[in-house]
Design a binder for this molecule. Structure first.
Ligand code: SF4
Length: 249
């Protein structure tokens, strides 16, 4: 008994008491800040492996960014990544960070369907579809349910069957081979169902965006309820994005 108490004392709390205010280590790359310092824009744009940076003025599209950090390493006076992990949104345009912008990425309440807040606040079951994913975002989604992040305390859980789910979470760039299984899974999920894109590959195709092996037609035909940037995503980005999506307003 005494030994157990000693272990508990040394280990501290195993869960994050408040996932909305948790701090992450300084090496984490979250929302970037782009200063107005003049740089060689062509050189900066060409550094980016995914074309996430546009010029005149400089923008970074978090839906395309792999958070490799190369731009910030080469141009530290121009680009700095903060540890702000609350970068999930339901507005694709909100993922585009402008020069001089230093405000949080937020959800647009007008784009949230009413039935989402009415039905899923307090209980949301999700089916995950790895559509050509590399298992990185999938691992982080698993971590959301571990004792540390404990997403289940909010009633948010992954389920084995789309029949039991309220929505689907897509990871990976959606390969041709996974296009039909993804559609089948979506069709098997009861209405009203939500669609979440987790990770840069799902949002834009990432480094595979121009690959002929992809078939992303599914995304053209359906409204996306939440974009969760990251490569891979951080569990705190995913959980905070979901909490904002389903909370009663
Ligand atoms: S961190 Fe993002 S914007 Fe910068 S070079 Fe990498 S992918 Fe491009």
């Amino acid at each position: 008994m005494f030994n157990n108490l000693k272990i508990l004392y040394h280990q501290g709390k195993q869960y994050i008491p408040d996932v909305t205010k948790a701090k992450v280590p300084g090496i984490f790359r979250g929302r970037p800040i782009i200063t107005k310092v003049q740089v060689d824009e062509e050189k900066l744009v060409n550094i980016c492996p995914t074309g996430a940076i546009t010029r005149s003025p400089i923008f970074i599209d978090l839906g395309c960014c792999t958070f490799c950090g190369e731009c910030a390493i080469a141009f530290p006076d121009k680009i700095r990544f903060t540890t702000d992990y609350k970068i999930a949104t339901n507005d694709r345009n909100a993922l585009i960070i402008q020069q001089g912008q230093d405000v949080p990425v937020e959800l647009n309440p007008k784009l949230i369907r009413k039935e989402i807040q009415d039905r899923f606040n307090g209980s949301l079951k999700l089916r995950q579809v790895s559509a050509g994913g590399d298992n990185s975002c999938e691992l982080e989604l698993n971590a959301c349910s571990n004792v540390n992040f404990d997403m289940g305390r909010f009633g948010i859980e992954f389920v084995a069957s789309p029949r039991h789910a309220d929505g689907i979470v897509i990871t990976g760039p959606i390969t041709e081979n996974m296009a039909e299984p993804l559609q089948i899974c979506y069709d098997a999920t009861p209405d009203p169902k939500i669609i979440i894109l987790a990770g840069v590959d799902a949002i834009s195709g990432g480094i595979f965006a121009d690959s002929p092996a992809l078939n992303r037609k599914f995304l053209k035909n359906h409204k996306i309820d939440l974009y969760v940037p990251g490569n891979p995503i951080h569990p705190l980005t995913f959980i905070n994005g979901l909490l904002e999506l389903i909370r009663k307003r």
